[in-house]
Design a protein around this ligand. Structure first.
Ligand SMILES: NC(=O)C1=CN([C@@H]2O[C@H](COP(=O)(O)OP(=O)(O)OC[C@H]3O[C@@H](n4cnc5c(N)ncnc54)[C@H](O)[C@@H]3O)[C@@H](O)[C@H]2O)[C@@H](O)CC1
Length: 275
């Protein structure tokens, strides 16, 4: 499968809902408002130097730099290149807000020409999630009543798997219901690309998970979490251009600028000093 960066699909996965309660409360709500505005492209690529603010720091340490992208050349999983069943994608949604992000992602994937099916085993009774589920149903997206029993069935049927099971509030170990799903995702990630939203499911927000799921694409939301330094996949994007300066200062974030009206930027790891 040709795997190149396609900003449209990445953008789709980067859109997310205004979710978690509590601080920080000024979260998200970014919506897809036209592909052009969502292309992660740095117009002054040649001028990027090692200077902040084209860098992301975690715990005061330089960790990522912005990667200039060429919007004409780079694409990431464009639907027309996905051979199985009209760009079929499986979107796996967990019980919390990360799962809510998955439902929003599915909605946009459908609008962008993919064929998403959703696995959402634990519907929350919060109105937000009920509404998101209803929206997906109204858009004729099938909800799987059970997770495919064999990992190879997923790889046979889907071109991509979106992992929106757990995000930054996962506390391991997983309950048996979700543990078996995480195990299957781990088995398939060599056969079908897995795209994780915010945090690869099953990872600890700080320490990650050494033998855990290894997605090919990670979309960090608002700011990369500490565990993102352990991400070894191909593509890492930051989305969620809605952190006010005051909050950035309060929490000592050092976030990259989003060029123009873009709502995502691609990040690349900076090797620790001496490596
Ligand atoms: N708070 C924020 O700043 C933002 C949150 N957003 C999304 O919200 C996510 C966080 O959402 P939540 O706080 O709902 O947390 P999560 O979605 O990470 O997970 C919490 C849910 O998982 C369940 N759970 C936790 N550990 C489990 C285990 N071991 N076995 C089985 N179930 C377990 C909890 O009961 C709860 O239902 C983020 O990762 C991100 O995707 C984004 O929409 C953007 C902003």
């Amino acid at each position: 499968m040709r795997v190149v960066a396609h900003t449209a699909s990445v953008s789709a996965m980067t859109d997310f809902v205004n979710t978690s309660p509590g601080e920080p409360s000024v979260i998200c709500g970014c919506s897809i408002n036209g592909l052009a505005s969502l292309l992660a492209w740095w117009p002054l690529a040649e001028t990027i130097s090692g200077l902040c603010p084209s860098q992301v720091h975690i715990n005061g340490r330089l960790t990522f730099t912005i990667t200039p992208r060429d919007r004409d050349k780079e694409t990431c999983y464009p639907p027309e290149t996905l051979p199985k069943d009209h760009a079929a994608v499986l979107v796996c949604c967990g019980p919390g807000y990360n799962g809510g992000d998955g439902l929003v992602c599915a909605r946009h994937l459908k609008l962008f020409g993919y064929k998403p099916s959703i696995f959402y085993p634990k519907l929350s009774n919060k109105p937000l999630f009920q509404s998101l589920r209803a929206q997906c149903e109204q858009m004729d997206m099938p909800f799987l009543s059970f997770f495919p029993s064999e990992a190879h069935l997923i790889a046979d049927s889907y071109n991509l798997v979106v992992d929106a099971i757990f995000g930054h509030n996962y506390k391991g170990p997983a309950t048996p219901e979700f543990a078996s799903i995480l195990e299957k995702l781990k088995l398939i990630h060599t056969d079908v690309p897995v795209c994780s939203i915010d945090i690869p499911s099953g990872w600890d927000v700080d320490s990650g998970c050494e033998d855990g799921l290894q997605p090919e694409l990670l979309i960090s939301l608002l700011a990369p979490k500490k565990c993102a330094t352990m991400f070894r996949g191909k593509y890492h994007f930051l989305g969620g251009r809605c952190v006010p300066r005051s909050l950035e200062q309060k929490y000592n974030f050092c976030l990259p600028p989003y060029p123009g009206t873009d709502t995502i930027v691609e990040l690349k790891m900076v090797p620790p000093p001496g490596e």
